[in-house]
Design a binder for this molecule. Structure first.
Ligand SMILES: *Cc1c(COP(=O)(O)O)cnc(C)c1O
Length: 366
């Protein structure tokens, strides 16, 4: 049996991901007073560096919470009770936006697409003709539940010519796949620390465009902790005590990202995704997404052969090899497995995972 507490586990799930020891060490520095000059300057620097990763000149804020905090902040600040939100849904995480909209008593208009297929811009255009008063559009760039990469750029071209605010979750892709917040006309973009940033869980990042601020300023939001107006008022400090140690970790993570170079980092993720698909196919596995073109660069969903239970695959991988991979969510629980290849992983971890997966499948077929 693998000892789970001694760092022997190889995390090949779509978050949380392996955290480099450099980041862990950076987080052990003494706690600075969060309103003091030294911390404040460091904090603002990290926000400027985050903007480069987002590729935006919009405001960026760091929230204390997992990625979902940024999703909730995005939607809850922009949309008031009874207002229409167009939710583009093709997986578990895009569904979450609909649930958040329901919670805040907004009127969710759901455009459903088959899980495993990408979102179709034509349907989005039609929805605007039918509902010209849509206040916001939500979508997920990299749908982690299905391994599908959605056409944010194309949808952004449509939404930019309307009054609607374009809210995109890029939590499982930012700093691992090409994403252009400003170039793709994304008004509000949500990201998180524990995926491609290779940090521990606990930070969420959010960008806010001028167009989004107009909507936020005219919305009577009922949020308190996640009220973005509070964050705008004093940009040198977070409105509430930030997780100081995680900010040290973020600085180190951004150092690593800059050392590698964002484009090279994205390329590495794409290359790993290609290896996973190629090797998986060579061992007789089918990819779950409808086509190679829509496959994610950071997580690969694979169909499990008939007669084999994904839970058994995951158990053998964990107990025998100490490798953690993910299963499917919702109705895909019994039919797919997912391999995360995000953050700092390289070919060593990828080939080890695939080789052990092959041995696992062979053992389960016997
Ligand atoms: C991981 C993830 C989230 C956020 O989940 P948290 O548990 O709140 O961090 C949201 N959307 C996508 C696409 C994700 O992959």
């Amino acid at each position: 049996m693998v000892n789970h507490m001694t760092g022997e586990l190889l995390l090949m799930i779509p978050g949380p991901t392996i955290v480099p020891s450099r980041v862990v060490r950076a987080m052990s520095a003494p706690i600075l007073p969060h309103r003091g000059k030294v911390f404040s300057e460091m904090y603002m620097q990290q926000i400027e560096r985050l903007k480069k990763v987002f590729r935006t000149s919009n405001d960026v804020f760091i929230l204390c919470g997992s990625g979902t905090a940024a999703m909730e902040a995005g939607l809850a600040n922009v949309v008031g009770e009874g207002e229409k939100v167009l939710c583009l849904v093709n997986g578990k995480f895009s569904e979450r936006f609909k649930e958040i909209a329901d919670n805040f008593r907004a009127k969710a208009i759901v455009l459903e697409f088959e899980w495993g297929k990408a979102i179709d811009p034509i349907k989005v255009r039609e929805a605007f003709l039918e509902h010209p008063d849509i206040k916001a559009v939500t979508m997920v760039f990299n749908e982690t539940s299905t391994g599908v990469r959605n056409p944010v750029k194309e949808i952004g071209e449509i939404v930019k010519n309307t009054n609607a605010i374009f809210i995109v979750d890029t939590i499982s892709a930012l700093a691992g796949d090409e994403f252009d917040t400003d170039g793709w006309n994304v008004d509000i973009c949500a990201a998180g620390s524990q995926k491609c940033f290779a940090m521990p869980p606990g930070l969420a990042f959010i960008s806010v465009s001028k167009k989004a601020w107009k909507a936020i300023d005219s919305t009577d939001s009922i949020t308190y902790y996640l009220n973005l107006k509070q964050y705008k008022d004093d940009k040198a400090h977070a409105p509430y005590t930030p997780p100081v140690s995680l900010i040290y970790g973020l600085k180190e993570s951004l150092d690593i990202i800059e050392e590698e170079g964002l484009e090279k980092r994205n390329e590495r993720h794409r290359r790993l995704a290609t290896i996973v698909r190629k090797e998986a196919k060579s061992m007789g596995l089918e990819i779950f997404p409808a086509s190679e073109e829509v496959c994610s660069a950071t997580v690969t969903a694979l169909k499990v052969p008939d007669g084999i239970d994904p839970a058994a695959i995951r158990k053998t991988m964990l107990d025998t090899y100490g490798i953690v991979i993910a299963g499917g969510q919702a109705h895909l629980k019994k039919s797919i497995i997912r391999i995360g290849h995000m953050g700092i992983v390289g070919e060593k971890e990828i080939y080890a995972t695939l080789e052990c997966l092959k041995k696992t499948l062979d053992a389960l077929r016997k």
